[in-house]
Write a protein that binds this ligand. Structure first.
Ligand SMILES: [Zn+2]
Length: 126
């Protein structure tokens, strides 16, 4: 008979054969569910699932994709989001361009990485 704490659905059972030939049941905590996109609910690739102590042992690179919103949104949603962000920024800058001085404006362009993505997109013709 197993200990009372193991008689619930919380634990996963595994049958093992010990060297003496006896069969014993090993209990382990269940794995958490797969990570999904926060926007569309699609299962995320390259985001490992496991108990927190297992995830903590991995390097940061192995925990999530190395890009903006990696491990939060799927690739399609990220692409859409970046486009939206870049376009709204473009709108903002074009409205304020008369107010800002030229040097000031150039500084903003250089510092905001999203602008570079937008520019790349603009020239690629998407
Ligand atoms: Zn998504």
């Amino acid at each position: 008979m197993s200990a009372p704490r193991f008689r619930t659905g919380t634990f996963k059972r595994r049958e093992k054969r010990v060297p003496g030939g006896r069969r014993v049941v090993h209990y382990s905590k269940k794995k958490p569910s797969k990570h999904v996109c926060a926007k569309c609910g699609k299962v995320l690739d390259a985001v490992p699932r496991g108990r927190p102590y297992e995830i903590r042992k991995l390097s940061k690179n192995q925990r999530r994709p190395n890009r903006p919103y990696g491990g939060m949104y799927c690739t399609n949603c990220t692409k859409q989001l970046l486009k939206e962000e870049a376009r709204s920024l473009w709108l903002l800058l074009s409205v304020d361009s008369q107010v800002l001085e030229h040097q000031q404006q150039q500084k903003i362009y250089q510092n905001i990485w999203i602008f570079h993505i937008f520019r790349r997109e603009m020239y690629s013709g998407n």
